[in-house]
Design a protein around this ligand. Structure first.
Ligand code: ZN
Ligand code: ZN
Length: 292
C-alpha cells in the first residue's frame, strides 16, 4: 500500500488486491475509462459508441457483460454516446445524479438500471469507494470523481471551466489523476472554424480547462500524493499533445516536482494499462501493455 494512504473500503490485511486502470479513450469527441479493483469493474463515462467500447474493452481482455457499473460525470454526448445501447442490453447499473439521469433519459430513451446519488455523496461499488463532487461546467449537474481503492486513489477532473477550492481539496488524495487539458489558448483564439459564441463558451467559467489551467492544477497538487497525471479531453482542433504536455511538465519542472509522470491520452486508442498492487511499494504505479 502507498504510505500515507487512508484506508480504503477493504482492510489491508486481506490478500493483495490488484488494481488496473485503462483510459479507453479521451478527447473532446469521446471519453471512457476502465477501472478494475479486485472483482469490481467500472467504466467512467461511456462517450464512444457501444461497439467501440466493446472493441476497446476486448483489447484488454474484458467485456461489457462483466462490468459492475458505469459512473457518469455528466450528460454531454462525448460522455454518454454509447451508454444507452451498452447498458440497456446488459443491465449494467448506471451511477448518476438525478438531474443527469433526467437528461440522459431525454437523450437516449432506453430504460436503464439507474443508481442515483446525491452530488457530493460517497458510496461503495464493490471494492471501490466513489466520492463525488460538483464541478463548474455547462451541464445539468456535472461531477468529478475520486475513486478510492485499497491500492491507491484515482481522480477524474475533466469538463470544468475553472478550478474551485473544493475541487482541489477533493482530488488532493489522488495518486493518479485524469486532468483536463482541453485547449491551447492561442490555438483556440486563432481557430477560424469555431464561431465566437462557441469560443466564449469554451473559455467561460463553465467551459473547459486550458493547458495553462491544467498546469496550475498540477502545481497546486504537486506537494500531495499524485504520482501520475493523464492529460485528457484534448480538443482535436485547438490543442496538440506536445503543447499540453510541455505546458504541464514545464510548470512542474520549474518547481522541482520531477517525480510526477505526465502522460498524454488519445481519443483514437487506449492508453497502456496502469497496474498497481495493494501491497506494492511507493511508486508501484506503473504502466503495463494491454493484455492481448
Ligand atoms: Zn466532455
Ligand atoms: Zn461536457
Amino acid at each position: 500500500m502507498i504510505p500515507g494512504l487512508p484506508p480504503g473500503p477493504r482492510p489491508s490485511r486481506l490478500p493483495a488486491v490488484s488494481v488496473r486502470f485503462t483510459i479507453l479513450g479521451s478527447g473532446s469527441g469521446g471519453n471512457c475509462a476502465y477501472l478494475e479493483a479486485g472483482e469490481t469493474r467500472l467504466l467512467i463515462d461511456a462517450g464512444f459508441s457501444a461497439r467501440q467500447i466493446r472493441e476497446r474493452l476486448a483489447g484488454i481482455g474484458r467485456a461489457p457483460e462483466g462490468l459492475s457499473g458505469v459512473l457518469i460525470t455528466h450528460e454531454h454526448s462525448d460522455h454518454i454516446q454509447g451508454l444507452g445501447t451498452l447498458c440497456a442490453k446488459t443491465g449494467i447499473p448506471v451511477y448518476t445524479n438525478r438531474f443527469t439521469r433526467e437528461a440522459i433519459e431525454r437523450h437516449c430513451g432506453a430504460r436503464l438500471d439507474f443508481r442515483v446519488f446525491e452530488t457530493g455523496a460517497s458510496f461503495p461499488v464493490g471494492d471501490v469507494e466513489v466520492q463525488t463532487f460538483s464541478v463548474p461546467h455547462d451541464a445539468m449537474d456535472p461531477v468529478g470523481f475520486l475513486l478510492r481503492t485499497v491500492a491507491g486513489n484515482l481522480g477524474f477532473l475533466t469538463d470544468l471551466g475553472h478550478v474551485t477550492r473544493l475541487v482541489l481539496e477533493r482530488v488532493r488524495p489522488a495518486h493518479v489523476l485524469v486532468l483536463e487539458a482541453n485547449h491551447d489558448l492561442k490555438l483556440l483564439q486563432e481557430d477560424t472554424r469555431r464561431p465566437w459564441i462557441t469560443k466564449q463558451r469554451i473559455l467561460s467559467r463553465h467551459g473547459h480547462l486550458s493547458n495553462d489551467a491544467a498546469a496550475e492544477v498540477a502545481v497546486s497538487l504537486a506537494d500531495g500524493g499524485v504520482r501520475r497525471i493523464y492529460l485528457g479531453h484534448l480538443s482535436r482542433d485547438c490543442n496538440r499533445p506536445e503543447l499540453a504536455h510541455r505546458a504541464v511538465t514545464g510548470r512542474l519542472t520549474a518547481i522541482g516536482a520531477t517525480g510526477i509522470a505526465v502522460e498524454n491520452t488519445s481519443q483514437d486508442r487506449p492508453s497502456p494499462t496502469l497496474e498497481f498492487q495493494s501491497d506494492g511499494p511507493l511508486g508501484a504505479v506503473e504502466a503495463v501493455p494491454p493484455s492481448p
